[in-house]
Design a binder for this molecule. Structure first.
Ligand code: PMP
Length: 399
């Protein structure tokens, strides 16, 4: 009989020729369990999604309650759906005053798409500025923001008016000008292998945008929802974006994305043309119920976010080895810099054999990604680091 794994390889579309291909049976907290009963400590949380751990009982309960009431009812923006309304309102309460209106979508890429459209429509301009080696999604508009021809060349033509700047380089900000509709960047950069803004960089970006009338879009799809030690990463840098992008952990494990702006800005989607951005499933009631439960937990149990920095320090203290070049952290988004692609490959697979899931970064193949559920405890961190260090030692020894 053909195995489930083989059916997966043959009939579920693949995006690389070496998927991890673990056959997952169930997930709970920081653990994944495969069909053979083997457990894995999950240090990547579905790429920064399961911030409260897998299958948090309160999130699962909220999903169950909502599924008993209604699933899809009508396309986005017509009916008053309580999970959407409550989530938008709770976001508003916890964001600066200007970010008071949420457009719900299904994913991060869609949040990027919607926000770029909003910026173009609101400013009447065409230009978009993004950072080199940044990832904002894989749809054609979002992919246009990528600077790497390796990924984009086969899919051209893409959006024409995109300019790239180097993150953390103040001189490059001159690229932002009167033709720029928006600048889009992550508050803290993920896929490059964790890079935080230096000095007052984000303030300089904000100032330059204001000077020329460009909108600042901050992508917190990966670094929002508590991951860097505050509910939103931008809170640490004394700036407010014009548009904030959320997804991943925002849905509590369900597909949900959002772009958040001012009501005044968002109103442009209602005229010239009306239906300026529409979606059937965006803000699905079950996803919003999960997202609402998840945000409530983060707010009602402040120790989850408050413990992020301390947990990150513990990782840093434990991850000491001759083969580790550097450990960079922005809360519980951590990059362990090693010396080569092959080294990382071997470590990832050795960890997997020993029940630990770590992963790559898209634009840094010499570093290991650590982004566990924020709820991971001290013992779990110690156990995970033991396995990781053993894998690093073994790879190091084998030269
Ligand atoms: N922006 C950032 C910073 C991301 O990390 C990702 C996903 N890795 C996206 C956008 C795209 O999100 P999605 O996969 O939900 O489309």
């Amino acid at each position: 009989m053909i195995s489930q794994r083989q059916l997966f390889l043959n009939h579920v579309a693949q995006t690389n020729d070496a998927p991890l291909a673990l056959e997952i049976e169930r997930a709970e907290g920081v653990y994944l369990f495969d069909v053979n009963g083997k457990s894995y400590i999950d240090l990547i949380a579905g790429i920064s999604v399961s911030n409260l751990g897998h299958n948090h009982p309160k999130v699962v309960e909220a999903i169950k309650v909502q599924t008993e009431k209604y699933l899809h009812t009508l396309v986005y923006g017509e009916f008053v759906l309580s999970p959407q309304v409550q989530l938008a309102n709770l976001l508003r309460i916890n964001l600066p005053e200007s970010l008071n209106c949420t457009y719900f979508v299904n994913s991060g890429a869609e949040a990027t798409e919607g926000a770029m459209k909003l910026a173009k429509r609101y400013t009447g301009r065409q230009g978009v500025v993004s950072c080199r080696k940044a990832y904002h999604g894989s749809t054609q508009g979002a992919m246009s923001l990528m600077s790497e021809a390796f990924f984009t060349a086969p899919f051209r033509p893409l959006l024409p008016a995109v300019a790239h700047i180097e993150y953390n380089v103040a001189e490059d900000l001159a690229t932002i000008n009167e033709n720029t509709a928006c600048v889009i960047m992550e508050t803290v950069r993920g896929e490059i292998g964790v890079m935080s803004p230096k000095n007052d960089y984000l303030k300089l970006v904000r100032r330059r945008c204001d000077e020329v009338g460009a909108l600042l879009i901050l992508d917190e799809i990966q670094v929002g929802c508590g991951r860097t030690g505050t509910l939103f990463a931008f809170e640490q840098y004394e700036i407010v974006p014009d548009i904030l992008l959320l997804a991943k952990a925002f849905g509590g494990g369900m597909p949900l994305g959002a772009f958040v702006a001012s009501k005044e800005m968002m109103n442009v989607f209602t005229n010239n043309p009306y239906l300026g951005h529409i979606t059937t499933f965006g803000g699905h009631p079950v996803s919003c119920a999960a997202g609402l439960a998840s945000l409530e937990i983060l707010l009602n149990q402040p120790q989850i976010i408050a413990s992020v920095k301390e947990k990150a320090s513990l990782f840093k203290d434990l991850l000491i080895h001759d083969a580790i070049i550097e450990v960079r952290e922005a809360g519980l988004l951590i990059a362990v810099q090693l010396k080569s692609y092959d080294f990382v490959y071997n470590v990832i697979h050795e960890c997997l054999n020993n029940g630990l899931i770590v992963d790559w970064f898209l634009f840094n193949s010499e570093a290991i990604r650590i982004a566990p559920p924020l709820t991971i405890n001290e013992l779990e961190i110690r156990n995970a680091c033991k396995i990781l260090l053993k894998a690093i030692e073994k790879t190091h020894k084998n030269g």
